[in-house]
Design a protein around this ligand. Sequence first.
Ligand code: RB5
Length: 146
Amino acid sequence: MKFVIGNDHGGIDLVDSIKEALDELGHEYEWVGTFDKSSCDYPDIAKKACQKVLDNEADFAILICGTGIGMSISANKINSIRACVVTDTYSAKMAREHNNSNCLCLGARVLGTELAKMIVKEFANAKFQGDRHQRRIDKISKLEEN
Ligand code: RB5
């Protein structure tokens, strides 16, 4: 699987740990920045990373800001992106199995590095269960039409 990693200045400290988790699982990734701690705006990064998912250049986006919240609000404005802020491993698994999330949002000022790595691994290893969950995803897509 291929991932795209995007972060703002508040998220940059977690990037290396996320790369490490993906390396350990043998997944490919592209890092679209920001690449230093200069202040930047998370919606710009969310847009850039999610576009890679929409263009099928990545299967999933991992977006990191201070809390994960700004990234998730931004990403969820983009049609077909189902972003979730996750702070525990159970939710990471459910985000894929039930919600077919294609965008994991993490808070670098919230999570420790080892927990963040475990969350990424749960998310990456889980599979969407389809069936009744697909019906609900279809209803989410309908909401985008208005
Ligand atoms: C940047 O200071 C911070 O506001 C941002 O990284 C993020 O936490 C917003 O949700």
